[in-house]
Write a protein that binds this ligand. Sequence first.
Ligand SMILES: [Zn+2]
Length: 379
Amino acid sequence: MQDHPHLRYFHETYQASRSGFRNLLPKLQEINPRTKIGFITIPSSLDTDLTIDYFQLPSLKKTKSTLIITSGMHGVECAAGAAVQRNFLSEIYSSQINLDYTSVLVIHSINPFGFKYNRRVTENNVDLNRNFLKNRKGFQRFNEGYPKVFEFLNPKVSLHSKSFSSRLFLMKALWTIIKMGIPAIKQASLQGQYHYPEGIYFGGTNYEPLRKPLGKLIRNFAKKSPRVLLVDIHTGYGERGKLHFFPSDPKKPRFKKYTEEIFEGYKIDWASDEEFFTVTGDLCTYVYKILPKKCEIIPMVFEYGTLNSQSTLGAIESMKRLIRENQGYHYGYKNHEERLIMTAKFLEMFHPSDPEWRIKVIEDTINVWKKILPRLQKY
Ligand SMILES: [Zn+2]
């Protein structure tokens, strides 16, 4: 299994993943002479080499559909997303895309800081997928549920997993669940918050610097396309080894219809479904804002489950790793060993080392491309 060809798409670090991505240029130019490569530099006080890289693959005649694939919104999740992108560019682009009428934009590692430093968030502790608010007023909006879970989510002491208080995590989690119920906890935390900069699910107090250049790139590339499918790749949420589809609830019912047409045969988890939660400031909100009204937009999150967070114990374990990583980052670790163990657990949650999991990610996605791309390109 170790030498399975799908495994070659996975890289362990940001730098290796980025090189692997950039190295595809000559092959892509051979397939499509209009191929362009580019990057956006992310300003940082810690690192001068953080870039978002992209390939623009415009149609050869007239664009009737556009496919956009983004990875690494949550940095540490990028390795799998980038693997899916490289597989797409190496095998799927030439065989499943109608080069005359379909344009493709592939954007590698939207949150390069998070990928490089194994964090889900940006350098400002911002969960990017809560930062794409429609307007700045959104940053003032207070998440009423968050203070109720604040202490549970954000212990303000250095991380010592064997301490008495850490050992009580499961009990504290169960107690919070009994008191509030899982849906209320999910809503209070996952929705995003804008008032506790060191807390988890912090959406920022202002837009992150990448928003503008990323928006410009997407708008300029896709604004003339009648139809746009945006695939944003994530890992960590849901049943292990399963590919889940999370769309954003569209403003227009006809967009919902197109989504259901293209993903026919797959279970789609609409945010308005009762057991689900709503988030503020996700990328789809922004894409709706920057593309023309007449453009049919189909935003879809591909989420590859890792820890069975659909079950109560899985959800508690996921929450524990998120909380502890954030705690360790802000308040330090009891010792070096503690840091190593935590980092490894956090990585396993978003970038599993298990070759079986990795092979399945690529295989499942190939099958999905083969089903949905002909539907997107019915001209
Ligand atoms: Zn994610």
